[in-house]
Design a protein around this ligand. Structure first.
Ligand code: SF4
Length: 224
């Protein structure tokens, strides 16, 4: 049976995204193939530098909360983790709605193994220093249930966001995935994001998101 390198499993509220404010169980895998300039989960980036436990899928599923039946699989980059498709499939089969948070560098279609799964996929903008790692095809295999997230830090990021949203609108028409925008902490204000949204018709159905968990627990980095 496969074992998974897990940094943490905890129950909390979704701080962002389309289940924002709802309770879920978070499963955080080790390892990431990117190194974003603003990463706030440095403790999960590399096996060499983080503490983790090796768990089987049965052991992970036994720690999910059956009261909520919602899982957020995150990292690091969960799709970068060996055999993760098997774990996603088993969590879905156990009756959990699974939100896979992924960084835009990996195709998602091979991991869409059930109906009760959706992806929250980042488009890494220029200020992340990782835009050249985006796999454009991953953004063309989404559904209306998926979320594309833009973490904005600069004016250049705003311009790129509009370019990508136009590309998505041209590809998906009325079947657009959801668009969420957020601010890189310390680089741009939430008010600036709202001003940006108001000035572009392409963003008329987009949503701004605050990292609610950081507002509720400003001094805690892990386990919330
Ligand atoms: S993809 Fe996410 S976990 Fe990986 S470096 Fe970027 S922000 Fe950090």
């Amino acid at each position: 049976m496969s074992k998974y390198k897990i940094v943490e499993i905890f129950d909390s509220i979704e701080g962002e995204g389309k289940r924002s404010g709802q309770l879920a169980t978070f499963v955080r895998t080790t390892g990431c193939n990117l190194r974003c300039s603003y990463c706030d989960t440095l403790y999960a980036l590399s096996e060499k530098n983080c503490e983790y436990t090796e768990l089987t899928s049965d052991e992970i599923i036994s720690r999910l909360n059956p009261l909520y039946r919602k899982v957020t699989l995150t990292g690091g980059e969960p799709l970068f983790h060996p055999n993760i498709k098997e774990l996603i499939s088993e969590m879905c089969s156990a009756g959990y709605e699974v939100n896979v948070e992924t960084n835009g560098s990996i195709r998602v279609a091979p991991f869409r193994v059930a109906d009760n799964i959706f992806f929250t996929i980042d488009y890494k903008l220029p200020c992340s220093d990782m835009e050249n790692r985006m796999d454009k095809d991953a953004f063309l295999e989404l559904t209306k249930e998926d979320v594309v997230k833009f973490v904005i830090g600069t004016k250049e990021d705003c311009d790129k966001t509009i370019e990508v949203v136009r590309m998505l609108q041209s590809h998906y028409g009325n079947e657009m995935p959801l668009i969420y925008l957020s601010a890189v902490c310390g680089r741009i204000s939430h008010a600036d994001i709202v001003t940006f949204m108001k000035s572009h018709t392409e963003l008329s159905n987009a949503r701004i998101q605050l990292q609610m968990h950081k507002i509720i627990w400003p001094d805690i980095d892990k386990g919330v």
